[in-house]
Write a protein that binds this ligand. Structure first.
Ligand code: SAH
Length: 256
């Protein structure tokens, strides 16, 4: 018997891994994050399977379900939105499983920041402009470690993907403007890959206003950075003078 932490991806069941799809289609017992995992993904669980919504459960209540699965020798799927490793609160569950002597595995999923980038049809990196992507959030009930406050991250001018923060878009845009400039591209993707997905594109100057007009208050990804612009220097990768392991450059100056 084991517990499998499964990444449910951003919402569209076609974005599940083959492994996640297989596990869900055969599952008998599942604890899922009801506030975020899409109904279309839950629908893959066979009728008659035992389902628990973790939104209404404490860790102790989850431990009871883990222990019962162990007793009955049934594998349990612990379904997390996106990728379980990002804001998944899986550490404490794994600690419980260690205490209970239950084995576990993790099946990764496509994170919502990736689905948001895909919906925006953008690259998150840009040569000479943004070679770093930061996945972060603003403080909520979970305070931010001081050195990871937005203003410290913003100094790096990396591409920022902010989870759990759209309700604070006004504050975020204002704080980032000092470091990125008011014209810096910013986007918000509500429910990336869901049927009711909404894309809001703008700059730090107007993104808050647009997001408020669209009445987006949760389940959205904020992406900020010059990398969102289309008008940037091109990568050397496809340049005819640039050779690499798979292609011979045809001119001078072809080392990276
Ligand atoms: N493990 C998840 C993140 C969980 S934290 C992942 O890898 O995506 C929850 C936050 O993720 C939400 O507040 C929102 O910021 C983001 N999120 C989750 N699903 C989303 C989706 N389909 N579209 C946009 N943002 C999403």
């Amino acid at each position: 018997m084991k517990v499998v932490f499964v990444g449910a991806g951003p919402g569209n069941p076609d974005l599940l891994t083959v492994e996640a799809h297989r596990l869900l289609s055969h599952c008998q017992l599942c604890i899922y994050a009801g506030s975020l995992v899409s109904p279309a993904v839950i629908a893959l669980v066979p009728e008659g399977a035992e389902l628990h919504d973790s939104a209404t459960m404490t860790l102790e209540e989850m431990e009871v379900v883990f222990a019962r699965a162990q007793e009955k020798d049934i594998d349990l799927i612990r379904l997390h939105t996106g990728d379980p490793a990002i804001y998944g609160a899986i550490r404490e569950q794994m600690n419980s499983l260690d205490r209970l002597g239950i084995d576990y595995e993790v099946v990764p999923g496509i994170s919502s920041f990736q689905a948001a980038a895909a919906a925006l049809k953008t690259e998150l990196t840009a040569p000479e402009i943004a070679q770093t992507i930061i996945l972060s959030r603003t403080s909520g009930r979970t305070p931010m470690p001081e050195m990871q406050e937005l203003e410290h991250l913003a100094r790096t001018q990396s591409t920022l993907c902010l989870f759990l923060s759209v309700h604070k878009i006004g504050e975020v845009a204002r704080d980032l403007t000092t470091y990125y400039g008011a014209e810096c591209p910013a986007a918000v993707v509500f429910r990336a890959s869901w049927p009711d997905q909404v894309l809001v594109r703008g700059s730090l100057a107007d993104i808050a206003e647009k997001v408020e007009a669209a009445q987006i208050k949760k389940t959205a990804m904020i992406i900020v950075g010059q990398a969102l612009s289309r008008d940037l220097p091109v990568s050397k990768l496809y340049h005819r003078h640039f050779s690499h392991g798979y292609r011979q450059g045809d001119g001078p100056g072809d080392t990276l």
